[in-house]
Design a protein. Structure first.
Length: 251
């Protein structure tokens, strides 16, 4: 059994990550629980359940600051819900090592993207300005994000932000709040699929999630006062640490 104090430390870190960046706790939960003895699939299922719990306080803070777009959240979230079911079905038949290798590549690439945006967040936002067409493209991209959610346990926070950068004209803090709400929908879908299949550690997820629920509230308040470049730098650093640690595990 994993010590409770260790799960609490993981929860504090997850709250910091989600509260500041709107990103899924997968970057911390999956590597940590994998090292502590869970299979990669069980760690993914646990991570998704943690995301369901954690995002509630983060969404509350961003909503209070007027940094959530409900319409865009619903469009992205509903597309991701369907994709998460497809992704979870894929994950159940793919070997752990293959999933871990994809996870390393994914986190390394996102580290590059985050650091690039930290240098000039505004100039890196390239919108298509398709207006009505954006609301057709957005759920399609969200479906693909949902597939990643079910496969790798990444509830899509940073990927939802990327979609909004491409299609919608809103600032980074509003994107984070909106992405976190969309992430809640995809996490619920993915977590349900894993729980039904018995591929998650419920006790560990609840302890981590409740701890992150509290810490996430305070870190989200901090994030609403931070410069966007600092948010991206923090996120990029987390991606680097996660990618390197998981790489050592794979090799």
């Amino acid at each position: 059994m994993i010590p409770i104090w260790l799960l609490i430390i993981i929860g504090i870190a997850v709250g910091a990550l989600t509260g500041i960046t709107g990103s899924s706790g997968v970057l911390i939960v999956v590597p940590a629980l994998s090292y502590l003895g869970l299979s990669f699939q069980d760690a993914i299922g646990s991570s998704l359940l943690v995301d369901v719990i954690t995002t509630l306080s983060v969404i509350f803070v961003y909503f209070r600051h007027g940094n959530v777009d409900l319409k865009i959240s619903l469009i992205l979230g509903l597309g991701a819900v369907m994709g998460a079911q497809v992704g979870s079905a894929i994950a159940f038949v793919v070997p752990d090592r293959a999933l871990e290798s994809v996870f390393v590549v994914f986190t390394a690439y996102m580290a590059y993207v985050s650091f690039k945006r930290s240098r000039n967040p505004k100039l890196n936002i390239k919108r298509l300005n398709l207006r009505t067409a954006s609301y057709v493209i957005a759920p399609t991209l969200a479906f693909l994000i949902g597939t990643v959610t079910g496969t790798l346990g990444a509830s899509g926070g940073i990927m939802f932000i990327a979609v909004m950068m491409l299609l919608f004209s809103i600032d980074v803090k509003r994107m984070i709040g909106t992405a976190t709400l969309a992430m809640l929908f995809s996490a619920i879908s993915g977590a349900t699929a894993y729980a039904i299949s018995g591929r998650s550690d419920i006790i560990a997820s609840v302890i981590i999630g409740l701890t992150a629920l509290v810490s996430g509230y305070y870190f989200a308040r901090l994030a609403n006062k931070m410069r966007p470049s600092y948010i991206y730098m923090f996120l990029g650093s987390v991606f680097v640490v996660t990618s390197v640690s998981e790489l050592f595990k794979v090799i």
